[in-house]
Ligand binder design. Structure first.
Ligand code: HEM
Length: 325
């Protein structure tokens, strides 16, 4: 083999790790070289104030990317004439600490004279998401950057775009594959439920009046069902939220999959990953192999971060993440 083919192969291997479409890991190298440190410091401070920073930021990123792409459209506040994404019923349970993390990180970035108005809210959210995962014990990874912020955010655009807790494997697969995410990506991303909270109404159907034959969902571990009933009595205050991972609620880890094997998945959409024989082998593998799960998770997050990305004239850099310029 001559030198040229070898150089071509080396370049393609190198670039496949750093470039996708128009996103690049070193996008801000000459624009705002300290962006990662600045965002990282804000996220760390916020994390020390409250753990909710972790699940709140991670879920915010997911809900942003699945509606109109990763363009920070979920952060826009409703205005007189426009009901924004964040006020759709599927987004009302997004915790405020995720929004707060991005707003604070944006202020810190803009306070650096070389960075003022040069870093998008969408990229700040992608970086903050990577940081919260690492802070809670998950894998760290290089984030592709160069997204612009979107020009539109409507509650109507959220309809049918986010997965529901009662979804079957087919429904999950079809929603994720619409964004170029495979079944493996979907299973890996579902492990985000290794941290954070759920309100009781999201799974009440599994513990009360499930069906005529079974008052409780038979795919739910019996002891766990009793625990859930005691934390979420029938007329529980709707404000009450419980840990989604009953074993390691503050650690981002593969215990999520071990829970599924023990039939301790909180939502139908979690437990179905073990119950359906098409996805069970992946759940079993990752329950037993944390490193393999982490690799798959990083791949899936990177793909999630590419969904519907806006560049060129399709977006801009917002001055205020919660309002259009
Ligand atoms: C696979 C389909 C999914 C379904 C059906 C689903 C559904 C839900 C539901 C119903 C909640 C509880 C909300 C509440 O009561 O406050 C929740 C919480 C959460 N979800 Fe998902 N989700 C899915 C995938 C994902 C993905 C892919 C991610 C991120 C990569 C994610 C991250 C989170 C986080 C971190 C929380 C906890 C939020 C908090 O504590 O504030 N979810 N999800």
């Amino acid at each position: 083999m001559g030198l040229l083919p070898i150089i071509v192969i080396l370049c393609s291997v190198f670039f496949s790790h750093t470039v996708s479409g128009q996103l690049r890991q070193n996008y801000y190298a000459n624009i705002c070289p300290n962006v990662e440190t600045i965002v990282g410091n804000v996220v760390k401070t916020k994390f020390q104030e409250t753990f909710v920073t972790v699940p709140a930021t991670l879920r915010l990123f997911f809900h942003d990317c699945f509606v109109q792409g990763c363009d920070a459209s979920v952060i826009i506040a409703s205005s007189g004439t426009n009901k924004a994404e964040k006020d759709h019923s599927d987004n009302l349970s997004l915790a405020g600490d995720g929004f707060d993390t991005v707003i604070k990180a944006k202020a810190a970035v803009d306070a650096d004279p070389s960075c003022t108005n040069k870093v998008s809210c969408a990229d700040i959210l992608a970086l903050a998401t990577r940081d919260v995962i690492a802070l809670s014990g998950g894998p760290s990874y290089a984030v592709e950057l160069g997204r612009l912020d979107g020009f539109s955010s409507t509650a109507a655009s959220v309809d049918g775009k986010l997965p529901q807790a009662e979804f079957s494997l087919n429904q999950l697969n079809s929603m994720f594959s619409a964004h170029g995410l495979s079944q493996e990506d979907m299973i890996a991303l579902s492990a985000a439920h290794s941290v954070g909270f759920s309100h009781c109404n999201k799974f009440a159907n599994r513990i009360y009046n499930f069906s005529r034959q079974n008052p409780v969902d038979p795919t739910l571990d019996k002891e766990y069902a009793v625990q859930l009933q005691s934390m979420c009595p029938k007329n529980v205050d709707p404000i009450i939220a419980i840990d989604m991972d009953p074993n390691t609620p503050r650690t981002f880890d593969n215990v999520y999959f071990q829970n599924l094997v023990q039939r301790k998945g909180l939502f139908t959409s979690d437990q179905v990953l073990f119950e359906d024989l098409r996805s069970r082998p992946t759940v079993n593998t990752w329950a037993n192999n944390s490193a393999a799960f982490q690799t798959a998770f990083v791949t899936a997050m990177t793909k999630l971060g590419r969904v519907g990305v806006k560049t060129g004239t399709k977006g801009n850099i917002r001055f205020d993440c919660a309002a259009f310029n």
